[in-house]
Design a protein around this ligand. Structure first.
Ligand SMILES: NC(=O)c1ccc[n+]([C@@H]2O[C@H](COP(=O)([O-])OP(=O)(O)OC[C@H]3O[C@@H](n4cnc5c(N)ncnc54)[C@H](OP(=O)(O)O)[C@@H]3O)[C@@H](O)[C@H]2O)c1
Length: 333
């Protein structure tokens, strides 16, 4: 066991991502050793992981493994010997074609995720797997609920017929989470899932993360962020979300799904908040009515997580202040 590794070793997939990198930072702070998986560049050259290897506690406790979801077996060396696995890696929908609805691709994505869960069982040391799901696997159905929680599931056929944005991503997240629980039920794997809404806040990645760029569209002067289509816009601070992942990993009685939403805001509230706080620096439009058609976004309840004892630390101010500061440091604002 590596020096200073008090809590054992855990694997975090997608280590170069927004959430995973903050999760790795927190795990190291809390005494874990971490096996982080990262992808290579398309030409096979290694990615710059110095923002991870320079983290406090990383020397001697952080190991970087190359693994790609296109080849699920590649995750095996990173999982071996671990007490826990945080499966965070997922292609994000930034360049998604709205017409892109490919059954074979979904099956492949599900097969890949389930193979990773199988590798966790095979390792024989993994006590619990925490999978990062998405609100996309919870909110999209025709039930019209005003408030949703982990008892709700998105309906793949409804997404296919009625949701135009991030369709393939939402279908994948729904299918993977469902297949994960089916596999866990059959195999005895202790699988817990965390369901985040928009993740926002400070970042240590060299690039501005997809969801931060989206949430900051008005700050960047863009007029058509995806959130303009939502009547309710739910957010969680990346550090609260990382803490919630560790919380459900360590909680002796954690089971099933956990919604992790700190703030349900509306388009009007968000626009007013941003105008009040930042209009002296950025040209924030005052928008009161969403462009929403068809699907009515619900609020998200994190009651199950709160009843289990978790506490959110951060609000919208921390999310936007932290993200703006990081964008400034990288010369993006
Ligand atoms: N951000 C949000 O608002 C949001 C909301 C709900 C749920 N989630 C979920 O939260 C998790 C983390 O999201 P994030 O915002 O941190 O996303 P992110 O910054 O894009 O990170 C995703 C990670 O997955 C990796 N990845 C993508 N395709 C891969 C592949 N084929 N093989 C191996 N790794 C691959 C990426 O690697 P590269 O760095 O090499 O690209 C990246 O490290 C995801 O599971 C996502 O579905 C996110």
């Amino acid at each position: 066991m590596a020096e200073g590794n008090e809590k054992g070793c855990v694997c975090v997939t997608g280590g170069t991502g927004f959430l995973a990198s903050r999760l790795i930072m927190k795990l190291l702070q809390q005494g874990y050793a971490v096996n982080a998986t990262v992808r290579s560049h398309r030409d096979g050259s290694p990615k710059d992981t110095s923002f991870l290897t320079n983290l406090e506690g990383a020397p001697g406790r952080l190991r970087i493994f190359v693994a790609d979801l296109d080849n699920p077996e590649s995750f095996s060396p990173a999982i071996e010997g671990c007490v826990g696995v945080f499966h965070v890696a997922q292609p994000m929908p930034d360049l998604e074609d709205p017409e892109d609805d490919d059954e074979a691709k979904y099956r492949e994505a599900v097969r890949g995720a389930v193979r990773i869960f199988e590798l966790c069982v095979k390792a024989g040391t993994v006590k619990r797997v925490v999978y990062t799901s998405s609100e996309s696997a919870m909110v999209f159905n025709d039930e019209g609920a005003e408030v949703v929680d982990e008892s709700c599931w998105s309906d793949v056929e409804y997404i296919r017929s009625s949701i135009s944005r991030e369709k393939a991503y939402s279908i994948c997240k729904t299918m993977i989470e469902k297949a994960g629980f089916e596999f866990a039920h059959k195999s005895g794997l202790d699988l817990v899932t965390v369901i985040p809404p928009y993740i926002h806040g400070p970042f240590i990645t060299p690039q501005c993360p997809y969801s931060v760029r989206l949430s900051m569209a008005w700050i960047f002067g863009d007029n058509d962020p995806i959130i303009e289509y939502q009547s309710v816009i739910p957010f969680v601070h990346v550090d609260d979300l990382a803490s919630a992942h560790i919380f459900v990993f360590e909680h002796p009685n954690a089971e099933g799904r956990y919604t992790c939403c700190a703030v349900n805001t509306t388009l009007g509230e968000l626009s007013a908040f941003l105008s009040t706080r930042y209009s002296h620096k950025y040209n924030i439009p005052l928008i009161k009515v969403s462009k929403e058609k068809g699907f009515k976004y619900p609020k998200e309840s994190s009651k199950k997580l709160l009843v289990a004892g978790f506490q959110f630390k951060y609000g919208l101010e921390d999310m936007f202040d932290g993200a703006i500061e990081c964008c400034k440091q990288r010369g993006l604002l």
